[in-house]
Design a binder for this molecule. Structure first.
Ligand code: ZN
Ligand code: ZN
Length: 425
């Protein structure tokens, strides 16, 4: 068996951009290392969750690891909560939440992300106050609220002596539920919504009731908080409402990945949700040093870890957040730059240190994030496989339009892993 390095660049895929000479950020970027791999490897395109679906990262990662997201996914809330160390048993309800800014006295939203400058320290202090001061009394229940990064957080509500159902609507107007999938809306009104039961069951009604009680009571705590008063005094928005979405009432029950492929998996992940998926699928999370703000330096440290830990695993799954964030801001120059830094500081330092004859490298993405849309799309992502006995399909560069001509053709996300397993044999 050869070793497998499965590298996923978050939100890599894009569309041609006029300012980049009608190239995508990946095509316009100077990427000599990935291009050298492209010359000796094969490419194809991947619809990670399926044609017509613009996926969130979580269902996309589940799919490209080879799991049917429709079958296993239970919502973003449970995954993130689990990743943050909160218990989510069947019948507990877990949400992904945001601190947001509302007009005082109304539900009109001023900013869904508190101006994107709520610090983790501020959010931690606010979360502490909420946990101490809010008591749910509509039904016997407890909750844990936990902030994660910046304005983001999770909320789990535990119904004592009963169960809750996740068949409830979001209070965050920017997302709607399609079954257990959370889908970003293209257009929405800036109003914090009420949580409503989607089914006429006791479990769903109680879940909605408790969620609304939490939103109202936490808002009173937030508006009275010294942290928010300080923010207002320094002309910043206050984080005075919690928006809840993507409820789930249990954890996904994935077959363990080692058993599925007969391969021991380690992984490098950055975001809590990817960590949750990693733990639930049975991948071993390789701990990374905290980001220093210097990406070149951080990628270099990651390469050292890859080289050091490769002997412990049959496969390493490496998820790099880089390109997604500038794409959400519509910053195509930033996305191009982020790809160039990955090429230079990750692949540039990695390639001299590995034996490609005994290693298969796959490079792909979880979804496209076209800068023009500032959101995920259903555009397919490029896939490059190289190393081992893989021969060239004659393409010169790694990129979306080249990948369309590649000999791997068009794949669905869950087809990648079985292909890779064949290639490392
Ligand atoms: Zn993503
Ligand atoms: Zn994204």
């Amino acid at each position: 068996m050869k070793k497998l390095l499965y590298v996923v660049l978050d939100g890599l895929g894009d569309r041609p951009i006029k300012e980049l000479g009608n190239k995508t950020p990946l095509e316009a970027a100077n990427t000599p290392n990935m291009d050298n791999l492209a010359k000796i490897g094969k490419q194809g395109i991947v619809y990670t969750v399926g044609k017509g679906i613009a996926p969130e990262s979580d269902i996309a990662v589940i799919s490209i690891l080879g799991y049917d997201a429709h079958k296993y996914y239970t919502g973003r809330g449970p995954l993130e909560s689990y990743a943050e160390g909160l218990k989510v048993n069947d019948g507990d309800i877990a949400f992904r939440v945001n601190f947001a800014t509302c007009e005082v006295g109304s539900n009109k939203l001023v900013d869904r992300r508190v101006g994107r400058n709520l610090t983790t320290e501020e959010a931690t202090a606010l979360a502490k106050e909420i946990n101490e001061k809010v008591k749910l009394t509509a039904y016997p229940a407890k909750f844990i609220f936990k902030n994660t990064i910046g304005h983001r957080g999770v909320l789990v509500i535990y119904r004592q002596g009963g169960k809750l159902s996740a068949e409830v609507t979001n209070t965050d107007p920017a997302y709607e539920r399609h079954g257990v999938f959370g889908v970003a809306k293209e257009k929405f009104e800036d109003i914090a919504l009420e949580c409503k039961p989607l089914k006429d069951t006791k479990e769903a009604k109680e879940a909605a009731g408790l969620t609304n009680e939490f939103v109202v009571k936490s808002r009173a705590v937030l508006e009275a908080s010294e942290i928010n008063k300080k923010r207002i005094n320094s002309k910043k928005m206050q984080g005075n409402i919690i928006l809840a979405r993507d409820a789930g009432d249990g954890l996904p029950k994935f077959p363990k990945i080692d058993k599925l492929y007969g391969l021991k998996f380690g992984c490098f992940v950055e975001m809590p949700v990817e960590r949750g998926i990693a733990l639930l699928t049975g991948m071993n999370v390789v701990e990374l040093p905290l980001p220093t703000g210097n990406m070149e330096n951080d990628y270099g440290l990651r390469v050292e870890k890859v080289v050091k830990r490769m002997k412990d695993y049959g496969a390493l799954y490496i998820h790099i957040k880089g390109p997604d964030e500038p794409a959400h801001d519509g910053n195509f120059a930033g996305k191009k730059k982020s790809i160039e830094v990955i090429d230079k500081a990750f692949f540039g330092k990695l390639l001299p240190k590995i034996d490609l004859k005994n290693t298969v490298i796959a490079i792909t993405s979880d979804h496209s994030t076209p800068c023009q849309l500032k959101a995920h799309s259903d555009d397919p992502v490029p896939l490059l496989v190289v190393g081992g006995n893989i021969t060239s399909d004659g393409l010169k560069r790694f990129g979306e339009s080249e990948a369309k001509k590649g000999s791997l053709g068009s794949l669905d996300g869950p087809q990648i892993m079985p292909l890779l397993i064949e290639l490392i044999k």
